[in-house]
Design a protein around this ligand. Structure first.
Ligand SMILES: Cc1ncc(COP(=O)(O)O)c(C=O)c1O
Length: 448
């Protein structure tokens, strides 16, 4: 059993000055490990324990921690005295915008923000300004940030959702206090992979936008069924709502053009964050010219406010450019490596489940994977919460910590490989999963 005396002492001290001792709710984990260093695929805590990291700080580290190429670009910004300035434009932000527009054919222009939440907020504002409508649709189980429009219906308890809704919406289930009740009337949460419910909402309400992760990656890895994203595109065109792909997690992690490029479905607006800057704080909203130009509409009544002291700060901007350069280098060799590692992990896990007689499936997109302890790949959150063995899911994650493997400590959360992981890391992880699962299920592990 690993012990964390120094971590516990730091958390206890921090809790005197920071409510709960953490600065983002989901960082409150059990056990409360305080990390002090990370490099490549590895993290070290203050008690001297070492971990293979699959949490990846909620997803940004597609290249691994402390990537030398990215850090060199950041160092140059500091050494060359490139301040934030905060007055006028910089060459660097133009370079980033050009790089992104060149990488993603359906994007005419972008704006640069600091966090995914800011970017989804701006995307929804653009949609409302463009359509003159207020209602939005989001999937049950999708996460799009902490603001009033979207802080609802994430990992909702089955009892609160009630039975599966067909061509209907779930009750509004906020994940924060302090949201004005008016918002519950404007936000409609429906099942992912359910076009009938989208159409029902469009018939009932004036819908400005549908915002969705193209793969739900805040409840593991829930793929769109064949035809679903295409169906959303058709319904957006039919009913005149703005289709927003929230690619904060899927974006540059799965391909330069995000999952939109892989699926061939173009949204009207797209949002990137996380992996776009390999751990530095930067997010982007981009899309069609007629929507993006609302930020500079000549008529002040139509203009969407764009403001932000730190937008396109040169440190994260340089990091984003360097990250994209690395991802694009050698004709996307990193994506091929991530796919190969992901495939090795998936087939290894599947063999373990057969050997240990565990009812489990592996959902995976490239470097992102999630094990569900159920007999089929889920299609939406209702399916996950109805069928996944949450207890076993949580037990395995906890047990893996003692073997130095750090999976996100919340059940049903995805794991992320990085380009810094090796085949040997994957194999070590698989050995740890096998012995952990065997001991939980009380079966004999295979000796290798
Ligand atoms: C899909 C998605 N959208 C938006 C956000 C919000 O991004 P941020 O935490 O940078 O505000 C997240 C964060 O996890 C996310 O996963």
């Amino acid at each position: 059993m690993t012990h964390y005396p120094k971590s516990e002492a730091i958390l206890s001290k921090n809790s005197r000055f920071i409510p709960g001792g953490v600065v983002s709710t989901n960082r409150a984990v059990d056990p409360p490990i305080v990390f002090h260093k990370a490099e490549g695929a590895w993290m070290w805590d203050v008690d001297g324990n070492q971990y293979l990291d699959y949490h990846a700080a909620f997803g940004p580290y597609v290249l691994g921690h402390s990537d030398a190429y990215v850090n060199d670009a950041v160092r140059r910004v500091l050494d060359e005295g490139r301040s934030l300035f905060g007055s006028g434009t910089t060459e660097l932000e133009g370079n980033l915008a050009e790089l992104i527009c060149d990488s993603v054919p359906f994007i005419d222009s972008i704006q640069v923000l600091n966090t995914g939440s800011e970017a989804t907020y701006q995307a929804l504002r653009l949609a409302r300004a463009a359509t003159g409508r207020s209602h939005i649709i989001k999937p049950q189980g999708g996460y799009h940030g902490w603001h009033n429009d979207v802080a609802c219906n994430l990992m909702s308890p089955l009892a609160a959702m009630g039975p599966r809704r067909v061509a209907d919406e779930y009750p509004y289930l906020p994940i924060s206090a302090g949201i004005p009740s008016e918002h519950s009337e404007l936000v409609h949460s429906i099942n992912f992979n359910d076009l009938d419910s989208v159409e029902a909402m469009c018939r009932k309400y004036p819908i400005a936008a549908l915002i969705t992760e193209p793969i739900l990656q805040n409840i593991g890895v829930v793929h769109p069924l064949p035809g679903y994203l295409e169906g959303l595109r058709e319904l957006a065109d039919k009913y005149g709502f703005v289709l927003i792909f929230d690619e904060v997690k899927t974006g540059f992690r799965h391909a330069l053009g995000g999952y939109a490029a892989l699926s061939g479905v173009n949204p009207d607006l797209v949002v990137y964050g996380k992996a776009i800057a390999n751990g530095y704080p930067l997010a982007v909203v981009g899309g069609k010219k007629e929507l993006m130009d609302l930020f500079v509409a000549p008529d002040p009544e139509k203009r969407v406010l764009l403001a932000g002291t730190y937008n396109a700060h040169q440190v994260p901007t340089a990091a984003a450019i360097a990250t994209i350069e690395r991802l694009a280098s050698n004709s996307g060799a990193i994506y091929r490596k991530l796919e190969a590692l992901g495939q090795r992990m998936q087939s290894g896990l599947e063999k373990i489940f057969t050997k240990t007689n565990a009812t489990a499936v592996v959902a995976r997109q490239g470097s992102a994977f999630c094990v569900y302890f159920m007999d089929h790949l889920p299609v939406d959150w209702h399916d996950v919460i109805e069928h996944n063995d949450v207890e076993l899911d949580g037990q395995l994650r906890k047990k893996l910590l003692d073997s130095g493997v750090y999976f996100f400590q919340l059940p049903m959360k995805q794991c992320s490989l990085s380009a810094a992981h090796t085949e040997a890391d994957v194999d070590a992880t698989l050995r740890a999963v096998e012995s952990s699962l065997a001991s939980i299920l009380c079966v004999q592990p295979t000796v290798r």
